[in-house]
Design a protein. Structure first.
Length: 135
């Protein structure tokens, strides 16, 4: 309701707008970073944050807290490489991947839930059709 949105914007500072935009996930991220003591280099490199108890619900941060920053970045690169190698990268393909990547930074359950799989299947089938027409 409108009262919910008004309660989030009391004070009109940037933090309230960010919390409203991210549906409170920024507060979950702050709590997770404080609890996990991200200042320790080993926690950043190897991860190990117990996601079963406190998911941040932003895929990029969940992955990096769980398996570490280097492995999280490799995971993202490999994930998009596996899908992208089958495409000729038309503008629509690029926009789809940009939306998936951007959404996974601010929302949860994007990469792992496969909600986007019907769209991905359409892109791959379209690519297969285009290649068949060329040959």
């Amino acid at each position: 309701s409108i009262l919910y949105f008004e309660s989030k914007l009391i004070g009109h500072n940037l933090g309230h707008y960010l919390t409203l935009l991210l549906s409170g996930r920024d507060q979950k991220l702050d709590a997770a970073l404080m609890e996990w003591n991200v200042g320790q280099v080993s926690n950043i490199l190897v991860g190990g944050y117990p996601l079963g108890f406190h998911m941040v619900e932003m895929d990029f941060f969940d992955i990096n807290l769980f398996i570490g920053l280097p492995f999280g970045i490799v995971f993202y690169i490999y994930y998009f490489y596996l899908i992208g190698r089958h495409l000729d990268w038309y503008f629509t393909h690029f926009m789809f991947f940009a939306c998936i990547l951007g959404t996974s930074f601010v929302a949860g359950h994007v990469i792992f839930s496969m909600v986007h799989s019907p769209f991905l299947a359409c892109f791959l089938l379209d690519e297969h059709r285009r290649r068949a027409e060329r040959s």
